[in-house]
Ligand binder design. Structure first.
Ligand SMILES: [Fe+2]
Length: 262
């Protein structure tokens, strides 16, 4: 299967994606090569790139950028970017990004996979206008109890504690979950949510989370990678189901940091 055909499969089914401006493209490498297998990971870390070389794998399908900026710009005067680019080119690796398509892919894309992973089900009560923010309703549960349920799930992706603001005894039942920077708390409130789960891709404590705290709206904050890892599992499953002759293997990125305490 040609790398370009994989890209085309997704783009041709995503009418919400503008082909002219999307970041979904071959970031580095030859789109014309034939591949029988690939790795799927959230972000092409150097660790994963080295693993590709060790496994003699040529194609990496990813969700987030390779070069630490959304548009994968590669200024020649940035030594770090040039070092990573050289590694990819020297080993003739191909990096294919699937971000804009998978963020809104119905039923198995990022927000659906995240909600399902958290045990919220697969049928959002409401989807925000941008397609990235969902509301799921649960039985009324104290915030603290609900946060522990989230923690239990996220532990498997290396995040055994989540950040919570709000009164732990406050009952919550209308949960907002989002997609990366698409976690706007006022939008969740407009959707009728009484608790928002956000990630660290743009949700700041001094700004919108403090606003929520002041207004009595509980917030649970997790790492960006944790919240999108379930979507990488579903992307891998999707590729193995829909592409004959291509075997995809998921490499978890998992939570980027760990907490140190006494
Ligand atoms: Fe993201």
């Amino acid at each position: 299967m040609k790398v370009n055909d994989i890209l085309e499969h997704f783009l041709s089914r995503a009418d919400w994606v503008d082909r002219e401006t999307t970041v979904d493209r071959v970031i580095v490498g030859d789109a014309g090569i034939d591949v029988g297998s690939c790795l799927v990971t959230w972000m092409p870390s150097f660790k994963v790139l080295r693993q590709m070389v060790e496994q003699d794998m040529q194609l990496l399908v990813c969700h987030e950028p390779t070069f630490w900026n959304h548009l994968d710009k590669r200024p020649v005067n940035d030594a770090g970017i040039q070092e990573k680019l050289k590694f990819v080119q020297d080993h003739e690796l191909v990096i294919l990004r699937n971000h804009d398509c998978w963020d809104r892919w119905p039923e198995v894309g990022i927000p659906w996979a995240w909600a399902d992973f958290l045990g919220l089900g697969s049928k959002p009560v409401t989807i925000g206008a941008d397609g990235y923010q969902h509301r799921y309703d649960i039985d009324p549960t104290p915030l603290e109890t609900f946060a522990r349920l989230v923690t239990k799930k996220c532990a498997s992706f290396g995040e055994p504690q989540v950040q919570v603001t709000g009164d732990g005894s406050q009952m919550v039942s209308r949960i907002g979950i989002g997609t990366g920077c698409g976690c706007d708390i006022p939008t969740f409130q407009q959707m009728g949510c009484d608790c928002s789960i956000v990630c660290d891709d743009g949700s700041l404590y001094w700004a919108e989370i403090q606003r929520a705290e002041d207004l009595g709206h509980p917030v649970i904050r997790v790492n960006h990678a944790t919240s999108e890892e379930p979507g990488m599992v579903t992307l891998t499953e999707y590729m193995n189901t829909h592409f004959d002759g291509l075997h995809a293997e998921h490499i978890p990125h998992s939570c980027v940091y760990h907490l140190v305490g006494n």
